[in-house]
Design a protein around this ligand. Structure first.
Ligand code: CO
Length: 134
């Protein structure tokens, strides 16, 4: 069912420093910061030949990554995102196996303007898994 690894998201306390690390130490191509108030994050995309890394910094008071950064003050891998062809079918498949979809259980519009859902990390080996319909 899942296809390509779309991105790995890393929550960071300081987006400028994180972007500089990927640009200067790792020699990667990094985007300008993009504020996504509706998602409570500011993002920088690191373009790799085969996938992307998303650096996420909290934006606003109710950021969904704030609690994660309290537990991981120097940052850490927040989620992985896999591509799927049919997100409704993917949700049915996970639910049929007793897996929980976060939020209201319906796809929402993700950071790339495409439908996404998140599977509960406790149902997925301790890893928050995002599915994105492409
Ligand atoms: Co993501």
């Amino acid at each position: 069912m899942i296809g390509k690894l779309n991105h790995v998201a890393i929550a960071v306390p300081d987006l400028r420093a994180a972007a500089a690390l990927y640009r200067d130490a790792f020699g990667a191509k990094v985007s300008a910061p993009l504020a996504l108030p509706e998602h409570g994050v500011t993002t920088v995309f690191v373009e790799l030949p085969n996938t992307k890394i998303e650096l996420l910094e909290p934006l606003g008071d109710a950021s969904p990554i704030a609690a994660f950064l309290q537990r991981n003050p120097s940052g850490g891998i927040h989620h992985v995102c896999y591509e799927v062809g049919d997100i409704e079918q993917a949700c049915r498949r996970l639910r049929a196996r007793g897996m929980r979809i976060l939020g209201d259980g319906k796809p929402s519009t993700g950071a790339h303007g495409k439908p996404v859902v998140f599977a509960h990390p406790k149902d997925a080996l301790g890893t928050l898994v995002e599915l994105e319909q492409v």
